[in-house]
Ligand binder design. Structure first.
Ligand code: HEC
Ligand code: HEC
Ligand code: HEC
Length: 403
């Protein structure tokens, strides 16, 4: 009887001890290690969220975005190639409750920082298929007053939250990476070592860049494949025939009218590698060079050739003078889009050596400007003669293949 009673006591004490041990080993200890790691590896003053971003975070949780999107880049080659550097513990240490998610029906969002401009996000939330054909993401019309360019404060908060994801890590820069590497103190641990390559912090394949290497495209792209790629990936914005009249009419600047322009091979390879930074035009870096060459061939087909008008030398002279006085500070002396004002501009001026608008388009742009960019309206500031002279003149910078 007594032994039996003793065994109850032994079992309960052992039970309690086991409980304490497992809480310590599985809960308290790892939390300690993680806390210390976060403290050592975080940048000295990591950027927090603004009020608007915090509200956006609550909306993200409320709308269930985390059911389809993760916020954790894993330590795998495939993840890093697509999204960027693997997530470190400190990046989400203030997230409570966390929004890591467990399923990827859509892509990971933890490296969204500066990957898409706000107009893209608004068009996408209002109607994902207006910018991404075949998207299965639901529409979030309740966040808008009836149109994608009429976002409510909630939509603005949500988008500013999306644009904050990955920001602290990216802004910490190479110094931040060096500090994390030192804080980790794990030279032999292969997994965390993968995370410390400042070059891949935001390697998101869709992120538009101002500069970047431009691989030469193979000359003869497969036109049939190109047409197919175009209809699936580009037509939602640029329209089925390239007139810039796809479903995404709320974007500023509007998608380019591909039929009214000629693009040099060098310009096309630049645009497909880097997108157009500051606009909704994404980069297509994750495509093979053959696919890019194929879509480039399809683009050439969309552009309508027009007979070149003969221009009297006096007009060209007037055009050159007007250009030097009014346009060169942005578009550069030789039209390369590299004038002295470029660092101040959110969107780089058109590189007229690689893009030739038709005469009609050139005049239209000078009359109307390009909404959403610094390209202003010139009617009223230039006389009609000056305007048409400079519209002629800028077409002469083009250095693509003749057609
Ligand atoms: C039913 C699943 C689903 C839900 C819920 C969902 N998404 Fe998506 N999301 C997707 C899919 C699929 C894609 C990829 C296709 C596309 O870009 O539309 C995507 C793409 C995105 C992208 C583009 C990412 C990139 O880099 O290309 C963003 C940003 C985004 N979603 C934000 C949100 C937000 C914010 C919410 C909540 C308001 C949300 N999603 C809810 C499925 C979903
Ligand atoms: C989300 C909408 C969107 C999608 C999808 C899109 N574009 Fe664009 N694209 C734009 C916008 C907006 C511009 C205008 C940028 C500007 O005015 O500089 C643009 C500009 C361009 C230009 C002109 C660049 C220049 O130097 O002026 C080319 C060429 C182009 N896109 C090709 C493509 C191709 C090819 C695809 C598909 C693989 C594609 N676009 C998909 C929105 C899009
Ligand atoms: C403040 C800087 C600035 C000045 C000054 C400026 N531009 Fe522009 N220009 C831009 C920007 C920015 C774009 C848009 C690039 C884009 O959409 O990607 C542009 C685009 C253009 C385009 C391309 C249109 C198209 O359809 O692709 C032409 C042509 C052009 N500008 C001509 C001129 C002429 C001519 C002048 C002088 C009268 C001038 N620009 C002055 C910044 C400037």
């Amino acid at each position: 009887m007594r032994a039996l009673r003793m065994s109850y006591i032994v079992a309960s004490v052992a039970g309690v001890l086991f409980f304490v041990l497992s809480v310590t080993l599985l809960g308290v200890w790892p939390a300690r290690v993680l806390q210390e790691q976060s403290r050592n590896m975080a940048p000295e003053n990591p950027l927090g969220l603004t009020r608007s971003e915090m509200r956006g975070r609550a909306i993200y949780a409320r709308e269930g975005c985390a059911y389809c999107h993760t916020q954790q880049v894993r330590f795998t080659e495939a993840d890093m190639k697509r999204f960027g550097a693997p997530t470190l513990a400190w990046e989400t240490r203030l997230d409570y409750p966390h929004l890591w998610g467990t399923r990827r029906i859509g892509p990971d969002l933890s490296r969204q920082y500066q990957t898409h401009p706000a107009d893209w996000h608004f068009a996408h939330l209002y109607s994902p298929r207006s910018v991404v054909a075949d998207s299965v993401m639901p529409t979030y019309r309740a966040l808008f007053n009836g149109a994608p360019d009429q976002p409510t404060q909630e939509a603005r908060d949500l988008v500013s939250y999306l644009d904050s994801l990955g920001r602290a890590r990216e802004l910490a820069g190479p110094e931040g990476e060096a500090r994390a590497r030192k804080g980790c103190n794990c030279p032999d641990d292969e997994m965390p070592q993968m995370a410390f390559h400042s070059a891949v912090i935001n390697a998101n394949a869709g992120k538009a860049r101002r500069e970047g290497p431009t691989p030469a495209l193979p000359g003869n792209g497969d036109i049939v494949r190109g047409r197919e790629l175009y209809q699936h990936n580009c037509a939602s914005c640029h329209g089925p025939r390239g007139h810039g009249d796809g479903a995404a009419g709320s974007l500023r600047p509007l998608p380019a009218d591909l039929s009214e322009h000629q693009y040099s091979p060098a310009r096309l390879s630049f645009v497909l590698e880097n997108g157009v930074a500051g606009t909704a035009m994404p980069a297509w870096r994750d495509w093979s060079l053959d696919d890019r060459a194929a879509v480039a061939a399809a683009l050439r087909e969309l552009s309508v050739g027009q007979p070149e008008p003969g221009i009297p030398p006096a007009t060209l002279e007037l055009g050159a003078r007007v250009y030097r006085d009014n346009c060169a500070q942005c578009h550069g002396m030789n039209g390369g889009g590299d004038g002295s004002a470029v660092p101040e501009l959110r969107i780089v001026p058109a590189n007229l050596q690689g893009v030739r608008p038709t005469l009609a388009q050139s005049i239209r742009v000078l009359r109307n400007g390009i909404e959403g960019t610094q390209m202003a309206v010139w009617t009223g500031r230039l006389s009609e003669a000056e305007l048409s002279a400079v519209a002629y003149y800028v077409r002469g910078f083009y250095q693509g293949e003749p057609r």
